[in-house]
Design a protein. Structure first.
Length: 135
C-alpha cells in the first residue's frame, strides 16, 4: 500500500518481491514469476544491496522453479555480487550455496566447486565462535 501511494521504487520492489514469495510458497510459481519480473527493474533503480540480494535471490529461485537454469544462474550471481557490497557473510555464503546445484545441473562441476570454496571462505573467518555469539 505504501509503495502504491508513494510510487517509491524500493517500496514497490519490496512489496512485489513479498507477493512473489507468498505466491511461490502457495505453489503458484508462474504467478509469482510475474510479480518478481515487476520487482527486478524497480530494485535495480535503488542502491540498497540488501534489496538487490532479496529480489535477485527470489527471482533466481523462481527461475529455477520454472526450469530456466541459465536465468537462475544469472540472477543468483547478481544477488551474490550485491550481497558482497553489504558485508554480510551469512547472506554471501547463502548466495554461493544457491549456485552450487545450478552449476551441477548444468554439468559445470568446476564452477560448483568454486562456489563451494567461496561459500566456505566467506564465513570461515567470521564464525559464530570467533564473534562471541556462540560459546
Amino acid at each position: 500500500d505504501i509503495g502504491e501511494r508513494t510510487r517509491d521504487p524500493a517500496a514497490l520492489a519490496s512489496a512485489y518481491a513479498l507477493k512473489a514469495s507468498m505466491l511461490q510458497f502457495a505453489g503458484q510459481v508462474r504467478a509469482a514469476f510475474g510479480w518478481i519480473a515487476l520487482a527486478e527493474p524497480l530494485s535495480d533503480r535503488n542502491p540498497s544491496p540488501d534489496l538487490h540480494y532479496w529480489v535477485d535471490s527470489t527471482a533466481a529461485d523462481l527461475a529455477m522453479a520454472n526450469g530456466q537454469l541459465d536465468e537462475s544462474i544469472r540472477l543468483a550471481e547478481k544477488g551474490a555480487a550485491a550481497v558482497r557490497d553489504s558485508d554480510n557473510p551469512r547472506r554471501e555464503a547463502q548466495s554461493y550455496l544457491t549456485l552450487i546445484p545450478l552449476h551441477i545441473a548444468k554439468g559445470q562441476t568446476a564452477l560448483a566447486l568454486r562456489e563451494c570454496r567461496r561459500a566456505f571462505s566467506s564465513v570461515r573467518w567470521r564464525s559464530p565462535m570467533s564473534t562471541g555469539l556462540v560459546r
